[in-house]
Design a protein around this ligand. Sequence first.
Ligand code: HEM
Length: 110
Amino acid sequence: MVKHAIAFYGIPLLVVTMAALGGTGRVLAKRRRGSILSRKKKRMMILAANGALLLIPAAWFLHYRASTGRLDGVFQLVQIFELAVGLIQLNLMRLNVRDGRMLGRAPRQA
Ligand code: HEM
């Protein structure tokens, strides 16, 4: 029940939230440039690609397999893969928070 809710409500919510984060970031970045910003943008591209191409398909696969009771070796392998990519995502987000806080302190152009 909870896992079903995560797969069907949590994932769309996450996608919308991440898109909003990218959108607001872009608005804040409009009149600024620099290496910190381009690092953040590059990370955001990787985050989005990992999420859309790897994590979401893997989550759906795991959800489907779990609902049909096929918890075999492939299931476990995909689970490990999902966890590993999830850790990479967390780290990319941590770096974006760190760089964002630096941007918050940096002097702005008028
Ligand atoms: C996972 C994605 C992201 C996270 C977690 C994130 C996080 C943050 C955080 C924590 C701050 C500091 C706010 C403060 O202390 O005042 C910040 C600031 C900022 N971020 Fe992001 N950010 C993300 C994506 C982006 C993207 C994609 C861009 C631009 C394309 C961006 C541009 C900015 C700018 C320009 C600031 C400085 C805001 C200001 O004080 O004027 N961010 N971000």
